[in-house]
Design a binder for this molecule. Structure first.
Ligand code: ZN
Length: 253
């Protein structure tokens, strides 16, 4: 099932895509006690919002060997974690705004995991049961600031630096899933989720042993090789097979 969130004249709604063009509205997010309503509206892509409202976005660095190697980094022995603030979220279609503080902003195509239940001290074999579904995300990064700062809050945290969507897919065959980034029609990144150093279940369990994951929280699972620069006027598309694509223009601030 695919869950969307839409901004309509009568308010903001979570809903289930009942067909490609129809949304069955829900009273609230499905992970927050929402129930399906007896009300259907047309699905208008321009009304689609970011389909989550997380308390935190936990991200994993260097989770694909080829990407760690392309930046000259060793693979970490344990998952390398950082945060993006929820204020960085952007919907598909919303511009990524280049900050004046950076001269090198790059795309990172990633699989996003959305939690459906609270998870604390989880184990790999029960972690996936607490996952609600999956989305496509772009972990936009100011690479020069990342290198300069050491801590990554600034490099990863600018407004618009976390496009995510276009919806949440609840059923995904992780072993077959491919993650891609296309810039101005040219393929820049592609990799398979099965090539992650730390698989999704291990990551979610690992994070939950540090901090409680709340329903609606998001985990970004790392990027495959091929990261590269974004310039004003570019259009970057991140797609995850079995889910769909998010497409964002890049704008000067
Ligand atoms: Zn990343």
């Amino acid at each position: 099932m695919r869950f969307v969130r839409v901004q309509r004249q009568d308010g903001r709604w979570f809903g289930r895509l009942s067909t490609d063009t129809t949304v069955r509205l829900w009273s609230a997010a499905p992970w927050a006690g929402g129930v399906e309503l007896d009300r259907t509206v047309p699905f208008v892509a321009a009304e689609a919002m970011v389909p989550v409202e997380p308390t935190k976005i936990v991200c994993v660095g260097r989770n694909y060997r080829a990407h760690a190697a392309e930046l000259g980094n060793e693979m970490p022995r344990e998952p390398l974690l950082f945060f993006k603030p929820p204020s960085a979220l952007a919907s598909s279609g919303e511009p990524i705004r280049l900050p004046s503080a950076s001269e090198r902003v790059e795309h990172e195509s990633e699989l996003a995991v959305v939690m459906g239940a609270k998870l604390c001290d989880g184990r790999p074999d029960d972690a996936l049961a607490a996952v609600f579904g999956y989305a496509a995300a772009n972990d936009v990064t100011a690479r020069d600031l990342q290198k300069r700062d050491g801590q990554w809050a600034r490099a990863k945290g600018f407004d618009s630096f976390c496009p995510l969507g276009p919806w949440i897919e609840t059923e995904l065959a992780l072993e077959q899933t491919e993650v891609r980034a296309v810039v101005n029609g040219e393929l820049r990144q592609h990799g398979f989720v099965r090539d992650m150093a730390f698989p999704v279940a291990d990551l979610v369990a690992y994070i939950s042993r540090i901090m409680t994951l709340e329903p609606g929280d998001v985990v970004l699972t790392g990027t495959p090789e091929g990261v590269g620069p974004l310039r004003a006027g570019d259009v970057v598309e991140v797609s995850v097979s079995g889910i769909g694509s998010i497409r964002n223009p890049v704008a000067a601030r």
